[in-house]
Design a binder for this molecule. Sequence first.
Ligand SMILES: [Fe+2]
Ligand SMILES: [Fe+2]
Length: 406
Amino acid sequence: MTKNPSALFGNQDKYAGRILFGPYSARLKNSLISSIDHFKALEQIGTPIIPYIAAWLPEDGGHIWYEYAGARLTQLLGFHTTEVAGALRDNILTRCLYRIQKNPPAIDKIIRDKAQIERLRDAMRRMAERGGRVDAVYKFNVNGSPLWLKDLARVEVHDQDKIVLSYGTLIDVTKEMQLEETLVEVQCELEFHKENLEFLVEDRSRDLKKAQLDVLARLTQAAAFRDGGTGAHIKRLSQYCAVLGSSYGLSRNANTVLFHAVPMHDVGKLGIADSILQKQGALSHEEFEIIKTHCQVGSDLLSEGRSTLLQVAQAIALTHHERWDGSGYPNGLVDRQIPLASRITSICDVFDALSSERPYKKAWRFEDAADEIWRLRKTYFDPNLVDIFMKNIPQIRKVYQEAPLG
Ligand SMILES: [Fe+2]
Ligand SMILES: [Fe+2]
């Protein structure tokens, strides 16, 4: 005899699942009711754990619904229990798995963005069915603010009822993850400063350094000429980046490294055929795929460098087409996985490409180009750096007006 499900749910707390009133065994229903009972009691004692019970049919293409979700989840995400599955799916930004490696000891962090999650949904569901558990950290966008939830779930396959149940607990780890992001940022900064310090104190004569910079400048100019430019683009680019870098808080020395490294961002175009590089009109899919290789080519060209300058230049060459939301290339990195120097470069590179004339396009008005940068905040670009860019519009305009055109 199945227990009465309506006794479990008050008026404001409607049952939104399918099992209790569906064609399932009494055993499954009773076990579900006991679990919900248990979870409700857990919630009443004020635990920070948010329990949930998710369900799916293995033959239903991965459509997940919730038999139960702790009230705090709906508070955190700001929607009603019946909308849990849809709201979680719509607002998810990333899913992060931690894998512990024993030899050498390390923690691998595997981050998937929304598009990857969509693509891998079926495979992830099957993996959970086989492995019997889920252990991941999800990042959601709740009205523009990040929310991180750690998910620990036990997955049960009920063969008789042809259904899978996932008994899970969520913990709000937003504060911890924000701290981790800040730490990563600080670490990047420290490395940048440390390398930069080496660059400054290494025991080499000024002349040698100047000769090195001259050679690099010529190499960079060669790439710019082949790309149909006059070299003015890279001069403005360095200056825009320096404005952003110093306003961001980079030391004068770090900014000097950035200033000299940025012009090498497209040096990999030396490896792309003229017929593609100077083609008038739209590129085919294949041609664009070849253009995309300039990041890796540039990185390879700069990879042997032992100086900090070349190391920063290599990182910029490899990652200046990555985007904040993970839709860039070549590696689909997301947010702070992209080095700070590249996040600065990509904003200034796009701004200059828009606001200057190219063989294939007219120059956009300064204001329109700036609006476009603002529009791409959070998709292409680091929102924090876009804010800094906007704050510095007067200095950006000064560079724009004073630097040579072309
Ligand atoms: Fe590029
Ligand atoms: Fe560029």
